[in-house]
Design a binder for this molecule. Structure first.
Ligand code: DMJ
Length: 481
């Protein structure tokens, strides 16, 4: 891969100008480069009423462009931008950038009608993306971020090279599945040699691939991707306990559970359940739907917890049902929309309300709480999208305005606290005043947070809000037009 061009050559004039301001330390040339907290721009709260939807959509798009401008100026061609120290970092393998943020942003650029930026991004990928890398890639992350990103980019643009690169990468990832005695994937694969490692993945890493692999099989006519995925999921479902519950981690060589704790819907098992339903929604897979319903019934029966009128899910031993913990991770907030999509609307909405009660206390959600006491157990926030993922789907499912109001509350909380001169940053502590900042815009921010917000408020002609399927990483795999 040739990165000699990275600093500027693919950057548009508009973003070069913005970049100059970033590098000069903040002499902002336009609203998209103005600082967050303390800046002379609207920082309204929902208590004062929600601005009209078109105005919010514009605000969201401006904030996306603010982050995109920071990435273009400081990290173009690298994986992720460090907006505070004004640097960059690679996500998969040090010294091997793959332009992850560009790949993750493709379909967001498309639905936001940022066509010049989309063309520049595709151009960069055309010229520089090469997966012949002698390094261990994390299989789950590569599938949801890169395979999914290229697929969504292809569906948006029909640019053949995006699909070709997607096939190339997935073929390099497949040994993780095909060399495993159980069909459940190893955690890592060397993209050049195919050597695998990491034999004990958690459920999310085993079973978050059918949306991407099934779509790739559909587009290429080659069933091997879908089959690899189906085999992995079936291997997990065969290992349900007598109570119908699943543990956290499996050994893909022996097929034995390593950790018998059922942490659903929290990580590191979260999106395993999301993809059981997703396989039904995207491909009409009835077996998967049955599995989803059985798994959900077991979770509701053994893990549902009510604390002072709020709905949460405890951790339990999968064999005995004994409660072992009362943790709630922000990443589990997506489960509100999944419960609702899967036919348990009241429960999903109640779970969403529980998270809204936390948002009312902390304008940016902490990563983790003990729901039985309300204590914060993990005080940072990695610019997480899961709460607003649920706002988005629940709004489109129910039409209730409260989901746009709370999504706007989330948006304002982020803008007030996580906005920097060169984009948005993760927070190290949301319980301090002011909140303590970190130094990273995760690539998923470009795929998820701003897309969910935008599509809730904009009447995008490029998105079918009545018939859509988004992946766990926010990639639009059905619904682009
Ligand atoms: C994203 O990478 C995906 O949403 C994943 O499923 C879990 N959450 C992260 C972002 O928080």
């Amino acid at each position: 891969m040739d990165h000699s061009h990275i600093p500027t050559s693919a950057v548009s004039r508009r973003h070069l100008l913005q970049g100059a301001a970033v590098l000069a330390g903040g002499a902002a040339l336009g609203t998209t480069l103005s600082a967050g907290a303390g800046a002379a721009q609207p920082v309204g709260t929902t208590s004062g009423g929600l601005p009209d939807p078109a105005t919010v959509a514009r605000e969201v798009r401006d904030e996306f462009l603010h982050g995109w401008g920071g990435y273009q100026a400081l990290a173009w061609g690298h994986d992720q931008v460090l907006p505070v120290s004004r640097g960059h970092q690679e996500f998969f393998v040090e010294g091997h950038p793959i332009g992850l943020t560009i790949i993750e942003a493709l379909d967001t650029l498309y639905v936001m009608e940022l066509d010049e930026d989309l063309a520049e991004s595709v151009h960069w990928i055309d010229r520089h993306l090469d997966f012949d890398i002698d390094g261990d890639f994390h299989v789950f992350e590569a599938i949801i971020r890169v395979v999914g990103g290229l697929l969504a980019g292809y569906l948006a643009t029909h640019h053949a090279k995006l699909l070709a690169l997607c096939v190339d990468l997935t073929d390099r990832l497949l040994p993780a599945f095909t060399t495993s005695p159980t069909g459940m994937p190893y955690q890592y694969v060397n993209l050049r040699t195919g050597a695998v490692s990491g034999p004990q993945p958690p459920l999310a890493e085993i079973g978050t691939n059918i949306l991407e692999f099934g779509t790739l099989s559909r587009l290429t006519g080659d069933p091997k991707y879908r089959r690899a995925s189906e085999k992995a999921t079936a291997a997990v479902m065969r290992r349900r306990s007598r109570l119908g519950l699943l543990g956290t981690t499996l050994d893909v060589e022996t097929g034995r559970w390593v950790d018998p704790t059922d942490t659903a819907p929290n990580p590191p098992v979260d999106s395993f359940y999301e993809y059981l339903w997703g396989a039904y929604k995207l491909f009409g897979d009835r077996q998967s739907r049955t599995w989803y319903e059985q798994a959900t019934a077991a979770i509701v029966k053994h893990q549902l917890d009510d604390v002072r009128g709020h709905t949460w899910f405890s951790q339990v031993n999968k064999d005995t049902g004994k409660v072992t913990g009362h943790g709630a991770s922000e990443l589990a907030a997506f489960y509100a929309e999944l419960l609702s999509a899967g036919g348990r609307g009241r429960l999903g909405e109640a779970y969403y309300d529980s998270w809204t009660s936390v948002l009312d206390r902390y304008p940016v959600l902490p990563e983790g709480i003990d729901y039985s006491t309300g204590a914060v157990t993990s005080a940072g926030n990695q610019l997480r999208p899961e709460y607003v993922n649920s706002s988005f789907d629940l709004y489109l499912q129910t039409g209730k305005e409260k989901y746009r109001q709370t999504a706007y509350q989330y948006f304002v909380g982020m803008r007030d606290n996580a906005r920097t001169i060169a984009g948005y940053t993760i927070l190290d502590d949301v319980t301090t005043q002011p909140m303590t900042r970190g130094d990273l815009t995760p690539a998923y921010w470009f795929a998820e947070n701003q897309k969910y917000l935008y599509l809730m408020f904009a009447n995008s002609p490029r998105f079918n809000r009545y018939d859509y399927v988004l992946s766990t990483e926010g990639k639009v795999l059905r619904g682009l037009r």
